[in-house]
Design a protein around this ligand. Structure first.
Ligand SMILES: Nc1nc2c(ncn2[C@@H]2O[C@@H]3COP(=O)(O)O[C@H]4[C@@H](O)[C@H](n5cnc6c(=O)[nH]c(N)nc65)O[C@@H]4COP(=O)(O)O[C@H]3[C@H]2O)c(=O)[nH]1
Length: 948
């Protein structure tokens, strides 16, 4: 294939020039030929006319010479008559002619004179002798008119024969003749042509053709004789003669052969010779001159045309040079070369149009190329984006901790992500050979699963969800939440996207949380919450059942000593063994619970009489008379039991437990290791025990409350991010009383609302002071359940904010989940209002009162506080650790912060941080501090943490 580089280039300008020159040359040559032809024709025409003119001259000369002969012939008889008179005879004529003839001969008038009688007999013959035909004489006599006659024999003569009369009588015919010299000379002088007279000899073989000439006269004889010989040899000359053109030695001649008038036919010819060479030469010169001039003219015209075409050619050249640049996208260069504004305006022609079209084309192509480039760029970006999205989707599918499967409409597996392959222990290609339901599902769930999928395929549902177990690669049954949804695939085919989330751990944690909420982790016995529920249920059942319902309140007699002297682990073990002993006695005939510390309660129902109740209690007391062996120690710990009966001692769970507690207190007071039934007299003791209530009422007035602030540290920064306000009661006699003791009392007595209000206002006041001092931490204030339920809380909070001037986001309300979830329809909207006010909310003691995870999602809280009972298990109880982990994960999944309280050891701290809990509260960093000590701690804390 020929490339553009190999292609030879021959400029259009030169092509046009050469074409123009060729056309001009052809035209010029044509014109030359035509001119030559016309010239030749004209010269020939002129030659013909010249020949005719010269012949006419010749004829004129011949005619006038005949006239003169006639005059002479007619004068002679008159002379004779004058001389001889009227009686002249033929002899007189003869004598007179003899006299006159020499004179005629001398002046050149005549060359011959003959006189004939009427019978043709000659009287005399003077001069050149000729033989006249007889008919000439008779013809003259008959016509009585002069007769002209041309005669050639040895010589050529012209004759005139006139009748001669004597009176009325004819005596004969006078013939006068003259040679042709005068005509020849006159003609030569008048016409300038050579002239000759030739006679064809008699007896020539072909008389119709002149083939040999006998010359009588010829001017320039030497040169012309050659011409005539060439003529005779070259041409077939007809008898009537003609005009002939002859070349000889490069010269051109015209030769005219014309028979003289009056001559005998085919005998004599005038020969007129004229040389044309000069004329032809002149004509040729004229032609060449003319051709030269016209050639020069054409050349000038061509050059002028080229000059005129220069600009258009320049344009074509510019455009032709510019157009290839389009292929190289050199649009700016094209416009520079063609001149963007170089337009001819009114006189615009096709080339300007071509140029401007090229410029326009360059703009259009540039725009097209730009838009193509943009599109290409967009496409590239889009494809990169799509690739990134695809990679993201692929990596999401592969890294997502979910089994992701696509199935066709027959339930065949089409794809299985990496996590699914790991969990199920099969490769994707193996999975593709199977149907979804052929995977290791728990068989019991298959019918329901199959039915749900059929609904999906039949488009009765858009997505279906069910939980079912499947066996993992290591044989473990996993609890999976399957979500099947229809994928819209181009072409109308149905694909099912199946996502399986492994809920095993979460469900385990949930179950654990539920269990923890209702049980004492140490002894695995029901806690107060569950026990209260059980008692409630039992009270409700009491109407339907016969028998006695009793609550046994059991308290170890020397637990505090054991705990303080032998340590918590031994104390814990003691509690566990104690629980076991009680459980062994009541077996399944009652509910045993641990309310806290060393306090156990037993619910007995359906007993026939009090004796049975008492027996159970006695059994328990006896069981505790035996020693416990713990950690190498033999421990003696008896038990005191208080018993209350329904309905005699209370119609609700609170009063029943309180009365059993009072009875237990009575048993202790009576020396421990015994049982006591509740009786009314104990009311006074109860009054004493709870005489604190009155003091509590006055404590506010007496300004006995103090607030301590326990720092909460963000271990990522080392800063104090908040403090928890913890109430203290500085009792005038009993000294500092823990809130754990007086808060339940305050709640019971409805005093918690005013006390709580005081705490809120005081905390906000201090918070504002610290904030103004540049300490920007939030203040967590505990809100009791009753406070939340109380209608005044909203106003109280607003007042505290307004009075102090603290910004709402610095106030964090700590609420306990138990209470919240008892009447969520009242509490949850209130919490939302607090959030709207800008406050933050924390869920306190999380994990201890769990009832429903679904409500947790609805609560507008910011922080989950991990209860210290779980934190304490870190490092010692894997189950407790698992709960801590689950709470952290739960908080993260709900987008909440997790804050651990009760952190005392570096081990606990590091465990919490490792698992993503960075907000820490506990003795490890600081005990609750009086307000005046807090600023110092806040200032120094960041430094200490940085060394951690
Ligand atoms: N063993 C141990 N304990 C730690 C550690 N760090 C903090 N604590 C204690 O754990 C309790 C945390 O408070 P809480 O769970 O809200 O539990 C509080 C809270 O529910 C209630 N309370 C305290 N002040 C108020 C209040 O102003 N209003 C209400 N409604 N309740 C309050 O009384 C409970 C007991 O408060 P406190 O005796 O001050 O006990 C505090 C605190 O001193 C640690 O590292 N180890």
């Amino acid at each position: 294939m020929q490339t553009s580089k190999e292609r030879s280039f021959f400029s259009l300008r030169w092509k046009v020039f050469i074409n123009l020159m060729l056309v001009l040359a052809v035209v010029h040559l044509g014109y030359g030929f035509y001119s030559y032809y016309q010239l030749t024709k004209r010269v020939e025409q002129e030659r013909g006319q010249a020949a005719e003119r010269d012949l006419a001259i010749l004829e004129g000369l011949v005619d006038s010479s005949y006239d003169r002969l006639v005059e002479v012939a007619e004068i002679i008889p008159k002379f004779v008559e004058e001389m001889k008179g009227k009686s002249v005879t033929a002899e007189d004529y003869v004598a007179a002619l003899d006299d006159f003839f020499p004179g005629f001969l001398l002046n050149g008038s005549l060359d011959a004179v003959y006189l004939y009688d009427s019978f043709g007999g000659a009287y005399n013959k003077l001069g050149i002798k000729i033989q006249l035909p007889v008919n000439v004489i008779s013809g003259v006599l008959d016509a009585e008119e002069p007769v002209r006659y041309f005669h050639c024999r040895e010589d050529c003569l012209r004759f005139v024969a006139v009748p001669v009369r004597l009176g009325e009588e004819s005596i004969g015919v006078l013939v006068v003749g003259r040679a042709l010299h005068d005509i020849i000379l006159d003609f030569k002088s008048q016409s300038g042509r050579d002239i000759g007279l030739a006679v064809q000899p008699r007896g020539t073989p072909n008389s119709a053709r002149l083939w040999k000439l006998d010359l009588k006269y010829l001017t320039q004889k030497t040169e012309n004789i050659t011409l005539l010989n060439k003529l005779v040899n070259q041409f077939n000359i007809p008898a009537e003669g003609g005009i002939f053109e002859l070349d000889n030695n490069g010269r051109s001649y015209q030769i005219v052969l014309e028979p003289p008038q009056g001559a005998e036919a085919e005998r004599a010819y005038w020969i007129l010779i004229d040389e044309n060479t000069k004329r032809y030469e002149e004509a040729r010169q004229d032609l060449l001159h003319e051709l030269f001039i016209s050639g020069v003219g054409l050349l000038i015209a061509a050059i002028a045309q080229l000059a005129f075409l220069r600009a258009p050619f320049r344009t074509i050249s510019d455009v032709s040079e510019a157009l290839p640049l389009l292929a190289n996208s050199a649009f700016e260069e094209i416009r520079k070369r063609l001149g963007i504004n170089n337009r001819s305006g009114f006189f615009e022609d096709e080339l300007d149009l071509l140029k401007s079209s090229t410029v326009d084309l360059s703009y259009k192509l540039e725009r097209l190329e730009t838009s193509l480039l943009e599109r290409a760029q967009n496409l590239t970006e889009r494809s990169v984006q799509l690739e990134a999205e695809r990679d993201l989707v692929t990596s999401l599918l592969d890294t997502a901790e979910a089994i992701i499967i696509t199935q066709d409409d027959n339930g065949r597996v089409e794809t299985l992500n990496r996590f699914g392959q790991q969990v199920l222990g099969i490769s994707e290609s193996e999975a593709k050979m199977m149907g979804f339901l052929e995977l290791n599902h728990e068989t019991g769930s298959l019918p329901q699963h199959r039915q749900l999928l059929a609904h999906l395929i039949e488009r009765k549902e858009h997505k279906v969800q069910m939980e079912a177990s499947i066996r993992s690669s290591n044989g473990q049954m996993l609890q999976i939440s399957w979500l099947h949804s229809v994928l819209s695939v181009p072409g109308g085919d149905i694909r099912v996207l199946t996502i399986g989330l492994d809920l095993t751990e979460r469900m385990h944690a949930e179950k654990r949380l539920v269990w923890m909420a209702n049980h004492d982790p140490l002894t695995a016995l029901p806690n107060r919450l569950l026990f209260t529920e059980k008692v409630d249920e039992a009270i409700k059942r009491y109407q339907e059942k016969n028998g006695i319902l009793a609550i046994l309140f059991c308290d170890l007699d020397s637990f505090k000593d054991v705990n303080d002297s032998l340590g918590h682990p031994v104390g814990d073990e003691l509690l566990q063994q104690a629980a076991e002993r009680i459980q062994n006695i009541i077996c399944n005939d009652g509910v045993l619970a641990r309310l806290g510390g060393d306090e156990f309660t037993v619910l007995l129902e359906g007993r026939a009489n009090i004796r049975e109740i008492e027996n159970v209690a006695q059994h328990i007391i006896r069981a505790f008379r035996q020693s416990f062996f713990i950690d190498g120690y033999e421990i003696f710990s008896t038990i005191s039991i208080g018993i209350s009966l329904h309905p005699d001692h209370g119609d609700n769970v609170t009063s029943l437990i309180q009365h059993a507690d009072v009875a237990m207190f009575d048993a202790k007071e009576s020396g421990k290791n015994q049982l006591r039934f509740y009786h009314d007299e104990q009311g006074s003791q109860r009054y004493e025990r709870f005489s604190l209530v009155n003091d509590l009422r006055r404590a506010l007035e007496k300004d006995e409350f103090r607030i301590f602030y326990q720092p909460q540290i963000d271990t990522r920064t080392g800063n104090v991010m908040g403090v928890e306000a913890l109430l203290r009661w500085q009792h005038s006699e009993a000294g500092m009383i823990s809130p754990a003791k007086f808060i339940p009392l305050a709640e019971e007595q409805g005093l918690i609302v005013p006390i709580g209000e005081w705490v809120l206002r005081e905390s906000c006041r201090m918070g504002k002071i610290w904030h103004d001092q540049g300490m920007d931490f939030r203040i967590g204030v505990n809100i009791a359940g009753q406070q939340i339920m109380h209608e005044s809380l909203m106003g109280t909070v607003q007042t505290a904010l307004d009075e102090s001037g603290i910004r709402p986001h610095l106030l964090d309300l700590e609420v306990t989940e138990n209470f919240l979830l008892k009447q969520p329809e009242i509490t949850i909207p209130k919490l939302h209002k607090f959030r709207e006010m800008g406050l933050s909310l924390s869920m306190d003691d999380f994990g201890t009162g769990f009832s429903s995870l679904s409500y947790l999602k609805k609560l507008p809280i910011n922080t989950l506080k991990i209860d210290q009972s779980f934190v304490r298990d870190i490092g010692s109880d894997p189950e407790g650790e698992a709960i801590v982990k689950a709470i952290i994960v739960l908080a993260k999944s709900l987008g909440l912060e997790a804050l651990a309280e009760g952190v005392e050891t570096s081990e606990q701290l590091s465990y919490l941080r490792t698992h993503g809990c960075h907000l820490i509260q506990g003795y490890y960093f600081s005990r609750p501090l009086p307000a005046e000590e807090l600023p110092d701690f806040v200032m120094n804390q960041a430094v200490e943490i940085s060394f951690e």
